[in-house]
Design a protein. Structure first.
Length: 69
């Protein structure tokens, strides 16, 4: 394991405050493989930004763009 991988592995599961201007969000960092990392942002349930990112519940998914007309 090289220095960068060791450094990345040490961050696995790290919880980082912030990540959203609208709520008291935090981020978690996940090391997937060989320094490839994923950061998840955890918003509060009421966060307007979070709600904008989620499809409206109870509505069917939008058809894919570029469909036949
Ligand atoms: Zn948020």
């Amino acid at each position: 394991m090289n220095e960068i991988n060791r450094w990345a592995a040490s961050l696995d599961g790290a919880k980082i405050p912030g990540g959203c201007e609208d709520c008291d969000a935090f981020q978690t960092l996940h090391v997937i493989d060989r320094g490839l990392t994923r950061i998840n942002i955890h918003h509060d349930d009421w966060c307007p930004t979070y709600r904008r990112m989620r499809p409206a519940s109870g509505l069917p998914d939008q058809p894919a763009a570029g469909g036949a007309r």
